[in-house]
Design a protein around this ligand. Sequence first.
Ligand code: ADP
Ligand code: MG
Ligand code: ZN
Length: 490
Amino acid sequence: MTAKWETVIGLEVHVELSTETKVWCSCKNEFGAEPNTNVCPVCLALPGSLPVLNAQALEYAVKAGLALNCKIQRYSKFDRKNYFYPDNPSGYQISQYDLPLCYDGYVDITRKDGTSRRIRIKRIHLENDAGKLVHAGDDVAAADTSLVDFNRAGVPLIEIVTEPDIRSSEEADLFLNKLRSILKYCGVSDVKMEEGSMRCDVNVSVRPAGSAEFGVRSELKNVNSFSAVVRGIEYEQKRHISILEEGGAVEQETRSWRDAQGISVLLRSKEDAEDYRYFPEPDLPPVVLTDEDVERVRASLPELPDAIMARLMSDYGLSAYDASIIVAEKEYADWFLRAVELAGRESAKTVANWQINELNRVMNEKGLGPDQIPVTPEQLAGMLKLIEKGTITGKIAKTVFEKMVESGKDAETIVKEEGLTQVADEGELLKIAREVVAANPKVFEDWKSGKQSAAQWFVGQLMKATRGRANPQLALKLVTQALEEQAGQQ
Ligand code: ADP
Ligand code: MG
Ligand code: ZN
């Protein structure tokens, strides 16, 4: 984006709560069941059926609100949001309009350069999900028929609405990852984008850099992966900027994001904006919470990523960004703390480096989830001990680490089986150093004529000859000795 323009983004994130049962009835809340098996008169909206609020859904929504630093409304109520669509049997969604359960919260995000930004949360309300349409074709327009599965109808949802505080696609990505992390820590949702348990509407506008007023926004619907959010924002910001730079005006529009094509298309303009005719839900009483109710839920919260992150920075001297990566998943944070307990506090930064650079890399390559960490904290600590004792070099440790990942064996076993012990025997190393010097007269001449890098080249040769096992401190010393001997003999 050109520096002339600033992008402004606000997100509306829908998250399915992982309660045992649905929000207004006692049907099972489960993903992947045989279609239309978890249904009853309430979630099918048969005449005469009445909703009853699921206490666990209410508790989870309050829990999410507290974890996201929100205030909790002591008196809130439900409202009917009226619209027709075949996945919605009642013709309305029970949601919350003017008195949402949670409001005025925030999430702090940490950028790569270690700086942080606060993204304010305007409100969180509790509502129900709709059923799911399955189109027999590429999309709704191309389908001959569509099937409907009501298993999802009535699954509890929270909608988290941010203030327009996000300024780039990168910040949106950081925000969504942080949000997912926090919700997972508190156990209120499994937040799986791929199973649709987290979905997002993206509002984007641009304005001249330095302007205090917001530009006109467009809202992207159907954005269902973090990478699609990033691509959608980048597409919209370009689209807005080119309209504005050509002297045009951006229209307030709702658009559909087509991720496969990488484009957005118009759904409806402001003129035909929907009127939901919200009115208070007559079949559910208002929700009244006491301070004790809220405090009881607060007491059930686990230690959250921000608190652990602060601890990693103050107790172990990690940078903000490194700490933010380690706390992103509870399993990573637990792994780190256990490895440091075993390897010693002074090794904390080394543990963090191995975890962030090597472990994360192999896990990404192999597509492993946080519950599938392929090396135990005990194994990493064992390997670090071998480096510390001088049994293996730091360079060989990388090989040992790869082999630990592949075989699940400990470092000690691998080193023994593969003969990877460091060579620190001066006599043996000097003999090899003399051989490599003698075998490369041309580079030797370069060194003699003052080319400093030639000595390093010989160190490289020595490492190669020992398959990386030469003690690195000794290597330069002995190469220099061999070079000087050779020069003396001439
Ligand atoms: P509505 O009531 O029309 O849904 P809201 O004020 O609740 O509008 O905002 C919906 C979302 O749009 C929020 O996430 C908000 O931050 C975002 N938003 C509002 N105005 C803008 C804007 N000019 N640019 C980008 N996002 C915006
Ligand atoms: Mg909206
Ligand atoms: Zn039901």
